[in-house]
Design a binder for this molecule. Structure first.
Ligand SMILES: [Zn+2]
Length: 571
């Protein structure tokens, strides 16, 4: 014959108020009430699920009725027939009602009828109404009448996870007990006790992790333990993580390092590794947020380690990470990630959006700014690259000397005067397809509507960044639709480049596939209003491969190249 397995949360229910875990005030108050025989006609037990409300109700019922005591006693024997029947939930005089499934007024009338009759076996009739906030108003009113003039030796115990939804008139006639979430340590000790009694093979840190993840609910913790006890290799931390769908903290280290070091390649590759291990984008995000949340709590003396979400054996790593990053940066990460869960849930490409959003956490500083300082703050406005020409790198030459050669009409007189405007602008100059792609990704992260974001990611592309404008090329069939969303794109662009940045749309088909990238330079010696646009042929290696470069040497040709509308530096 097969033994039916009794779930841990039933097998290890507390048998008396002393065994009730984590609700000390409630158990001592109820004990005192039983000892002094001050029994209220109605109790309201409120609190989160799995915190001991129903267990307490049964204990109270046994304490009132145990056959081995002649009067209420906080220590029922748990051996007599009545105690056993109450534990099993089959005692005639202890009526348990699940209001969630008995919301009709007829059921409550039935209760009223039966409450008038004397108990058959017990001294006290006890009515336990679970989820009492689910009663209909009519049913609640019927109940109210009964507890207003309670029959003798009848106790109503109303349990609820939503006390604010219980009628005030009912609440005011009940003695109210608020059950608290049980702290991790108490749950841990209790689980440890069960594991030993059940001869379960376990890792201590696994039991600690279960206690943390139970969120203060003993029943959930016991159910997890119960399920994990069936694992052939015992309860390990890895098993717990897998059952809960969590990313292992140690697997996240590489990703966190890539963010701290602003390393996009490593960011994407570490994400890929996490996918390969079977983690979903949402799980990766949650794991990352758990760690960053703990980074905010991290202090020198670990004053708040009690509140850490990460496990104890991760603390040394957490300490090392905390030394590399300040809290303000973590807070800015959180700001940027606040809507990402929704994006991941609603997108059919959650992996892409996780990566895009994580990329937005990187602080990429173009080395252009350094180079500008090296070359005496020369002002440069550089357009690069265009569609259908991915294989060509329009990189500005990194050697300052060669740059000097490539830029004509350079005004040496102003070169030694630092110009703050130049510095601000310089970080928006781009030198390669990769830069443009990165900036485009950044802009996309600021677009809130997923559909628009998707449209832009597929049918549009950033092809040039100028001093006060950017240009976006559009796929031929999508031009009108994308242009109709200009306000949204404007907003996103302003978030990245500031308020003065204008958007110029150009059509992908207007591109000359073999046109060259040109370095455009404004002469900063001129006043802003008279800024003069120069077109300077790039001297990079690229030009040597390009046979049609002569077509774009004049401003007119360049204007044609940009569809005749975008190169306008006049304010
Ligand atoms: Zn008993």
């Amino acid at each position: 014959m097969v033994n039916i397995h009794k779930p841990f949360h039933q097998k290890y229910r507390p048998n008396n108020l002393g065994e009730l875990v984590g609700q000390d005030i409630i158990s001592s108050t109820l004990k005192q009430a039983l000892l002094s025989k001050k029994i209220a006609p109605a109790y309201l037990f409120s609190g989160p699920r799995g915190t001991g409300k129903t267990s307490s109700a049964r204990i109270l019922a046994k304490s009132l009725n145990c056959l081995n005591h002649s009067e209420p006693n906080p220590n029922p024997c748990n051996q007599c027939e009545l105690c056993k029947n109450i534990s099993e939930g089959i005692a005639l005089d202890i009526i348990e009602i699940d209001a969630a499934s008995n919301t009709g007024v007829e059921n409550i009338r039935d209760i009223i009828e039966r409450a008038r009759f004397a108990p058959t076996q017990a001294r006290w009739k006890v009515y336990v109404i679970d989820e009492c906030h689910m009663l209909s108003t009519a049913a609640s009113n019927a109940l109210l009448k009964t507890i207003e003039e309670p029959p003798t030796n009848v106790v109503f115990i109303l349990a609820t996870t939503n006390p604010e939804r219980v009628l005030n008139t009912i609440q005011s006639r009940c003695q109210r007990y608020d059950f608290r979430r049980i702290n991790n340590e108490a749950i841990y000790k209790h689980l440890l006790d069960i594991a030993k009694r059940e001869s379960i093979v376990f890792e201590n840190k696994a039991i600690k992790l279960i206690s943390k993840r139970a969120n203060g609910g003993m029943r959930d913790a016991q159910s997890l333990l119960d399920q994990l006890s069936l694992m052939p290799n015992g309860i390990t931390k890895k098993n717990v993580e897998q059952l809960l769908g969590e990313v292992s903290e140690n697997d996240l280290i590489d990703l966190i390092n890539s963010l701290i070091n602003n390393d996009p390649e490593r960011l994407i590759t570490s994400c890929a590794k996490l996918y390969d291990l079977g983690n979903e984008p949402r799980e990766i995000l949650e794991g990352l947020l758990n760690v960053t949340r703990d980074l905010l709590l991290k202090s020198k003396n670990d004053d708040y380690s009690e509140l850490f979400y990460t496990s104890e054996d991760f603390y040394p790593t957490l300490t090392k990470i905390a030394e590399l990053i300040n809290k303000s940066r973590v807070i800015s990460w959180h700001k940027k990630l606040k809507n990402i869960e929704y994006q991941i849930k609603t997108s059919n490409q959650p992996r892409l959006w996780l990566e895009v959003n994580l990329t937005s956490l990187l602080e990429i500083h173009d080395d252009v700014s350094n180079r500008d300082e090296n070359s005496n703050n020369r002002q440069k406005i550089i357009s690069s690259s265009h569609l259908n020409n991915h294989d060509k790198q329009f990189s500005q030459n990194n050697n300052p000397k060669e740059n000097n050669e490539s830029i004509k009409e350079e005004n040496q007189a102003t070169d030694h005067t630092p110009n703050p405007e130049v510095k601000t602008n310089s970080k928006f100059t781009s030198k390669s397809d990769q830069d443009l792609a990165e900036k485009w990704t950044l802009i996309l992260t600021k677009i809130e509507l997923p559909s628009t974001r998707m449209l832009l990611s597929q049918q549009a592309k950033l092809v040039g960044i100028f001093k006060d404008s950017i240009e976006i090329s559009l796929a031929p069939n999508w031009e009108n639709m994308i242009k109709s969303r200009k306000p949204l794109i404007d907003d996103a662009v302003k978030q990245i480049f500031g308020n003065k940045m204008k958007i110029n749309f150009i059509s992908e088909r207007d591109f000359q596939p073999n046109s060259d990238a040109k370095l455009l330079k404004t002469n900063k010696n001129e006043s802003k209003k008279n800024e003069k646009t120069e077109i300077i042929e790039s001297q990079t290696q690229l030009n040597k491969d390009n046979h049609k470069s002569e077509n774009t040497k004049s401003p007119e040709n360049l204007a044609n190249f940009f569809n005749g509308e975008i190169i306008d530096f006049q304010d």
